[in-house]
Design a protein around this ligand. Structure first.
Ligand code: ADP
Length: 568
């Protein structure tokens, strides 16, 4: 029987799939060729098959190293149900159970053995490897091996070294859903994977539409849930406290939801998780502790009520929507204060300074995601090293119909202020100087003497900070590394200062007059009617400016209505 047949047959007979998903076959072929390989596939892409199938074709034992102890049991149960002899050894087992499993493996009764990285260095384990032939080594969640990965685990760092010291040299397959080019390179170096043996499938999730929402988070959330009643969705927040707050908010508004965070008992957590998995509740509010290995395919939306710390985590969590391939939404509700929470997490961690610095850089890149006007899917793909992706035509940036406004002059003002301040300060001080603040720090550095002081005093501090974030996201300004990034003007920015390049941005343009607009007049008389009913002056209901914007934009649903200034 030739190998191709065997592969296809096994896929059909054991796993019940008619064809390979992108990347699977190439990874499996490389393994069967006895070469090391790195597979990078999005969440839900089907990484498990990449080692489970060759495990069945090769003679000896396949060792699966995974940091996710909680998932081992599920995986092993699934394999056993398929008639594949598999087991796991981890800290949840008693000594007796552990010994028994070691014996089973020793007697060659098991094809796949799952272990946590710590186990590799234990004496029993090293002994076992002296007489059990290893046919394949699978390193799952391989990004944890890299210091540049977003989820670096010290226990994983030694995995590479330990593996190199094994007498047996089976092929290694490393798998991950999130690897920037830097992380991928690092994994390959550590595990001895040849350049070119990196198999990466497209990261784009075509059924996901990405959105960034900046205003009135709670109102938006409630309205969104009202419009999407009965749909399954996850709402992520960064802290337990915020999970509780949102949970109470929803309950108060009679929206049935579950919650999940480390402050709840194990029993509460698993009962809430099950209620969500089996569709007894459609919405769950959770910290990022929720979701690892959750195989619920009909999640229609993932809302981040607070910004996560990096794009890797964001894409992984957002990617839990729409695993069944049906249209789904990934919404980031952005608030400027979310950055501080993440900064706090980074500073609180016990990692070394280099690692913390790289986490701060990642946080900045996440922040820029919220401010770019580029296609959001393309922004994420570019982050993961896919330079040539095309626009998705369904994210909130692609669908942003606001007018493109030339902001070259405003940009020049900002950039020249950054220059004049010596490129040694962060965005909030730059915004203060431009808006003409006279606070102590401005005076201390004598920035009130600069010609750019107060140059944009008709801007609010918040809008100006937003503009600076936008200019940073678009690459006109370069932030330094670290917790308090200072800004400098990039080469691209210099071109703008020299008048060689112009800058534009989509923004709300409120037209001067729509007096001849019949709709505006209708709205105005409706406003008068309501005002009379409530015995209040009409401007309390809505300002004329708001009515003009309504007449101009004609929002078709409550969420679009909320986007209009003055609607709450
Ligand atoms: P990952 O680890 O990449 O997130 P999994 O290995 O858990 O993904 O697989 C995700 C889902 O895709 C699972 O439900 C699995 O059964 C399914 N799957 C994997 N390979 C195939 C395939 N070739 N054809 C159809 N479904 C597949």
């Amino acid at each position: 029987m030739n190998l191709i047949n065997t592969k296809q047959q096994l896929l059909a007979e054991k796993f019940g799939y008619t064809e390979f998903r992108p990347g699977q076959e190439a990874i499996i072929d490389t393994i069967l060729n006895r070469e090391n390989v790195l597979g990078i596939m999005p969440t839900g892409g089907g990484k498990s098959v990449c080692y489970q199938l060759p495990a069945l074709m090769l003679d000896g034992l396949t060792l699966v190293i995974s940091p996710l102890i909680s998932l081992m049991k599920d995986q092993v149960d699934q394999l056993n149900e398929m008639g594949i002899p598999a087991t796991y050894i981890n800290s949840t087992l008693s000594q007796e159970e552990t010994n028994q499993r070691f014996r089973q493996v020793g007697q060659g009764e098991v094809k796949l053995l799952y272990v946590a990285p710590e186990r590799l260095t234990s004496f029993d384990f090293q002994e076992l490897l002296r007489y059990v032939p290893l046919s394949l080594l699978a390193v799952d969640e391989a990004h944890c091996i890299s210091q540049w990965g977003h989820d670096f685990r010290p226990s994983y760092l030694s995995v590479a070294e330990t593996i190199q010291q094994f007498d047996q040299k089976p092929p290694i397959v490393a798998l991950t859903a999130t690897a920037t080019p830097q992380v991928a390179k690092d994994i390959c170096q550590r595990l001895g994977i040849a350049y070119g043996n990196e198999i990466k499938t497209g990261f784009a999730r075509e059924n996901l539409s990405f959105q960034v929402v900046k205003n009135q988070k709670d109102v938006y959330l409630l309205e969104y849930l009202r419009l999407n009643k009965e749909q399954a969705g996850i709402i992520y927040a960064s802290t337990r406290k915020e999970v509780e707050r949102i949970y109470q908010l929803l309950t108060h508004h009679k929206i049935k939801a579950g919650r999940y965070h480390a402050g709840l008992s194990e029993a509460q957590r698993s009962s809430n998780q099950e209620a969500f998995l089996y569709d007894r509740i459609s919405v769950i509010v959770a910290t990022n502790a929720f979701g690892m290995g959750i195989n619920k395919s009909n999640v229609r939306f993932v809302i981040h009520a607070q910004m996560p710390g990096n794009i890797e985590s964001y894409y992984q969590e957002a990617g839990r929507a729409g695993r069944d391939g049906l249209p789904s939404e990934a919404i980031l509700m952005y608030g400027a204060q979310d950055i501080q929470i993440q900064q706090f997490f980074i500073e609180q961690s016990e990692s070394d300074i280099t690692y913390r610095q790289s986490e701060h850089v990642k946080l900045q890149e996440m922040n820029q995601y919220a401010h770019t006007q580029m296609c959001l899917q393309r922004y994420i793909l570019r982050y993961f090293g896919e330079e040539n992706a095309t626009d998705c035509h369904q994210c909130s940036n692609c669908l942003d119909e606001r007018e493109v406004v030339d902001i070259t002059v405003e940009t020049q003002k900002v950039l020249s202020c950054v220059k004049r301040m010596g490129e040694r300060f962060g965005k909030s001080l730059v915004a203060k100087v431009l808006t003409g603040s006279n606070d102590q720090k401005v005076k201390q550095w004598r920035f009130d003497q600069l010609p750019t002081h107060g140059l944009m005093k008709d801007w609010t501090q918040k809008d100006l900070t937003g503009l600076i974030d936008y200019l940073t996201a678009e690459g006109y300004l370069t932030p330094s590394e670290g917790q308090f990034p200072t800004l400098s003007v990039s080469n691209k920015g210099v071109q703008v200062l020299l008048g060689k390049e112009s800058v534009s941005r989509k923004q709300n343009v409120v037209k001067q007059i729509v007096a001849d607009d019949a709709l505006f007049e209708k709205l105005r008389s409706l406003r008068l009617e309501i005002a009379q009913e409530q015995s209040t002056p009409p401007y309390i209901i809505f300002s004329a400016q708001t009515l003009k914007e309504v007449a101009e934009k004609q929002p078709q649903n409550a969420l679009a209505f909320l986007d209009i200034k003055g609607v709450g």
